[in-house]
Design a protein around this ligand. Structure first.
Ligand SMILES: [Cu+2]
Length: 150
């Protein structure tokens, strides 16, 4: 009997830990300890300023809303646009102050050569988007931070 109630207790803890995934957390609610930010993150960088490796990044949907599709446009440097047109473009979203893992989105290339991803952040707060353009082992990457709102 003691064993099964202990099991129930663990189950409840697991359920409680899952609630922040669903509920939007306020800024005050960001009490989660471990800062699992990658060392090379630049969350202070905005979409407008993120031009590392020549990627042009435009956050079309601003402000970014949780649980909705938010459009992000990614343009390659003109000298690479043709060679990288069938590249795999992915966007990874994570919250630097929390450790609930990453959300992965793929970007589709439009006829104008611009890649578009539809990002759906699950929680209110600060996010970092990592953009990776990959083809034949060649990679172009960039990242920027944004705030998601309810
Ligand atoms: Cu969060």
């Amino acid at each position: 009997m003691a064993g099964s109630s202990r099991y129930l207790g663990i189950l409840l803890i697991v359920l409680a830990a899952g609630i922040p995934w669903i509920a939007a957390c306020s800024a005050q609610g960001h009490q989660h300890a471990a800062a699992a930010a990658p060392a090379d993150a630049h969350p202070e960088q905005t979409a407008a300023s993120a031009q590392e490796d020549g990627l042009q990044i435009k956050l079309v949907s601003e402000p970014v809303k949780i649980l909705m599709e938010n459009e992000l446009q990614i343009s390659l440097p003109s000298e690479q646009a043709e060679g990288m047109k069938d590249a795999v473009v992915t966007v990874k979203l994570s919250m630097p102050e929390m450790d609930h893992g990453e959300l992965l989105f793929s970007a589709e290339r439009g006829p104008d050569g611009v890649f578009t991803a539809k990002l759906i952040p699950t929680m209110v707060g600060r996010w970092v988007a990592q953009i990776v353009v990959e083809k034949d082992g060649q990679t172009i990457a960039s990242e920027f931070g944004f705030d998601a709102q309810p």
